[in-house]
Design a protein around this ligand. Structure first.
Ligand SMILES: NC(=O)c1ccc[n+]([C@@H]2O[C@H](COP(=O)([O-])OP(=O)(O)OC[C@H]3O[C@@H](n4cnc5c(N)ncnc54)[C@H](O)[C@@H]3O)[C@@H](O)[C@H]2O)c1
Length: 341
């Protein structure tokens, strides 16, 4: 029987990723049956377009829609006790990154997910790129000596993004993709040293976050690399990706686009061939259907480890000191609850 999926939050990410993905999803596997948004007009429009149930209150959605799985795309500071109520009902969930505005709350939720044996994941969709698999293959034979990462461009145009206590800053809300990719490629981080600056976006009313920052990561393996964030550009080009230096070559990774592998005078270019939104949502659905958390590339506890890294960057920028990321309880065990109908 196809899974009954509910989508909470119908803003930018839902429109770019989860709604198109659920349109393309194999209907034998899963169907979008209900949507929820506090904005009545938005939810009515989307529900009418797909001929599905509309809710403006997550409590009613979770009580009445008989969901087998939930996808959540609401701003990081507005989660409240949503995850607790989803876990109480034993509903598997896939939540957008960053997993939460508070690392301590996210760790608490990771513990609950683990003890409930629930399938849950975090929206680090970039892990599903074919170019990322190619980089992992290359790095297995020729390990990274050092690297530089970038997410440099303009601001993300939603009101909460420029508010420190809401979006948390670019490194927390956006470059978290780059920090997550660094963990996925190079392993866990032992320590970070970070600095930020302000002043370039002072003309933006209500702007409260850094407009550029640099974070040096020291990995458990001894590897070191630096990741730059910048949201001061009004005109590009910016840069989103990595420059990875190895003994026998260099990888130039352009996120969500292509990879260039350079070895001596040789150069090979590989496009990403994966529909990332469909890949991440399908992996979640397969994990629920097959009761196998390993189907997903970003299970919830691992997503929280990447959040812990962004939070450590925040602390290092605030204190000027090196910071160790908080310890997050390990990956969820395979056993899990089926949702109570
Ligand atoms: N994976 C990606 O590439 C990607 C891209 C953009 C945003 N995101 C993430 O997705 C999340 C949402 O970002 P966005 O750009 O869609 O934000 P947005 O502000 O465009 O949309 C958020 C929507 O959530 C609704 N909402 C807020 N609180 C709600 C609640 N309690 N119940 C139901 N609906 C509620 C709002 O009305 C709004 O429609 C953030 O965590 C962001 O970091 C991820």
């Amino acid at each position: 029987m196809a899974l009954r999926v509910g989508l909470i939050g119908l803003g930018g990410v839902a429109r770019w990723t989860h709604l198109p993905a659920m349109e393309k999803m194999d209907k034998e596997k899963a169907q979008l049956v209900a949507v929820c948004d506090i904005n009545e007009k938005t939810v009515a429009e989307v529900a009418a377009k797909y001929g599905i149930e509309a809710y403006t209150d997550t409590r009613r959605l979770l009580d009445e829609a008989r969901l087998d799985a939930a996808i959540v795309g609401i701003p990081p500071h507005l989660h409240g006790d949503l995850e607790d109520r989803i876990i109480e009902r034993g509903i598997p969930f896939y939540i957008e990154k960053p997993a939460h505005r508070s690392i301590d709350r996210a760790i608490e939720i990771a513990r609950k997910v683990e003890s409930a044996g629930l399938i849950a994941g975090v929206g680090y969709l970039d892990r599903y790129q074919s170019t990322v698999d190619r980089m992992k293959d290359f790095l297995r034979d020729d390990p990274c000596g050092t690297f530089v990462g970038f997410w440099v461009g303009g601001i993300y145009n939603v009101p909460w993004w420029i508010k420190k206590d809401q979006g948390g800053g670019q490194h927390f809300e956006q470059t978290t993709h780059t920090f997550d990719m660094a963990r996925y490629l190079f392993g866990n981080v032992r320590e970070v040293i970070a600095r930020g600056r302000t002043g370039l976006n002072a003309d933006i009313p209500g702007y409260e976050i850094e407009d550029a920052s640099a974070a040096t990561l020291v990995f458990e393996s001894g590897l070191m690399g630096t990741i730059f964030s910048g949201c001061f550009q009004r005109t590009g080009p910016g840069r989103n990706g990595f420059e990875i230096f190895c003994r026998h070559g260099k990888l130039e990774f352009h996120n969500r686009s292509h990879l260039i592998v350079r070895q001596g005078q040789e150069e090979h270019r590989y496009p990403n061939t994966v529909d990332l939104a469909l890949a991440e949502d399908t992996a979640f659905v397969d994990a629920v259907l097959q009761k196998d958390i390993q189907r997903m590339r970003s299970p919830y506890p691992d997503g929280v480890k990447s959040l812990a890294l962004s939070a450590a960057v925040s602390d290092s920028m605030a204190t000027g000191l090196p910071v160790k990321p908080k310890v997050v309880p390990g990956p969820a065990s395979p056993g899990f609850l089926t949702p109570a109908r």
